[in-house]
Design a protein around this ligand. Structure first.
Ligand code: F6P
Length: 348
């Protein structure tokens, strides 16, 4: 009987357990393969901390990851060689026919290295609420995060309107503004700020004032945590830290708006709420569709690939085209264009 290993690495996201279930159930059903799961991402692979998973009951709807996760990077640090040797040893001693790695950007890079440098039989799945993995139109976790952020912003509208305030909601997304863009549009935000479109504070004050002139006395701003102002373009993260008084963009915005406009401003940082809880229906199905394709690749010995979702279909995407690339919001994006067409300001 073929044995496969599976692990989840990087930040947790809704749909991880649904994906694990999809892999395990299809591997058993189609090819009678057995699955073992390593705990805490690459940590479990290094320490041989694993479990045999026979029963996937309850996995579909469960948030987080039953295998736990970590941001441990095997190819980084002074103990790099030791970690790599342990991985090789454990992979071989379990006689794995393949290792299935579920994760975001950084994880895809590590997975590619394990395939290319060490020759392991790697297959990956794309997970992240940020939706910034190259080679797939969407990653699981993203849709649930957008739903959560949308609902939260919907609820902020009442306070905005009751108090005539500028309400800022900060969402996740360091390098990519997908959550900000999607949740900003679906929640009727008036201003959306994302990392891909540097903004000027002056444009934001003007957008707020234009609304007030039209008797719209409250404004909702949806800002991605990685949004930057025009004068910050090209600065390193160390330079950004020393330049900024407040770490959070939402905090800086609220302060500045109160200083430079006559309006009260309040901030809500959604944080890890966006990553928590049960996946929505879309993410359950996406994770299952992608997970259910893994066993076929293992059987065909088609390694070094990610199962992505392209043009509404599961597609085999070579990891060489995924690792080290980033999927960001482009100017020609339909949602961005629609948002601009209905008068949403991006502060640019
Ligand atoms: O990768 C998803 C993400 O949620 C980012 O948007 C966020 O900045 C980051 O993870 C935070 O991760 P953690 O604090 O868990 O390391």
């Amino acid at each position: 009987m073929k044995k496969i290993g599976i692990l989840t690495s990087g930040g947790d996201a809704p749909g991880l357990n649904a994906a694990i279930r999809g892999v395990i159930k299809s591997a058993k059903e189609l090819y009678d393969m057995e699955t073992i799961g390593f705990y805490f991402g690459f940590g479990g692979l290094i320490d041989n901390n694993y479990t045999t998973i026979n029963d996937t009951s309850g996995f579909l709807t469960k948030g987080g990851t039953i295998l736990k996760t970590s941001r441990i990077k095997p190819f980084k640090g002074e103990d790099k060689e030791e970690k790599i040797n342990s991985i090789l040893h454990n992979y071989r001693s379990h006689n794995l026919s393949s290792l299935v790695i579920i994760g975001g950007n950084g994880t895809q890079k590590t997975a590619y290295n394990l395939y290319k440098e060490l020759g392991l039989n790697i297959i990956t799945l794309p997970k992240t609420i940020d939706n910034d993995i190259a080679g797939t139109d969407i990653s699981f976790g993203f849709s649930s995060a957008v739903d959560i952020a949308t609902e939260a912003i919907d609820r902020v509208h009442s306070t905005a309107s009751s108090h005539n305030r500028v309400m800022i909601v900060e969402v996740m997304g360091h390098k990519a503004g997908w959550i900000g863009l999607h949740a900003g549009l679906s929640s009727g935000s008036d201003i959306i700020l994302i990392p891909e479109i540097p903004f000027s504070f002056k444009n934001i004050y003007e957008a707020i004032n234009r609304r007030v002139e039209k008797k719209k006395n409250s404004t909702i701003i949806c800002v991605a945590e990685g949004a930057i102002s025009l004068d910050e373009i090209g600065l390193s993260s160390a330079e950004l830290t020393s330049k900024r008084k407040f770490r959070s963009i939402g905090q800086r915005l609220a302060r500045k708006i109160e200083k430079h406009t006559p309006y009260e401003s309040r901030l809500t940082v959604l944080g890890y709420v966006q990553r928590g809880g049960s996946p929505n229906a879309f993410d359950r199905n996406l994770a299952t569709i992608l997970g259910a394709n893994v066993a076929n690749l293992i059987d065909a010995k088609n390694f070094g690939n990610m199962v992505g979702y392209v043009d509404n279909e599961a597609k085999i995407v070579p990891l060489v085209n995924v690792a080290g690339y980033l999927n960001i919001v482009k100017n020609e994006n339909q949602i961005l264009k629609a948002a601009r067409s209905i008068g949403i300001s991006f502060g640019d």
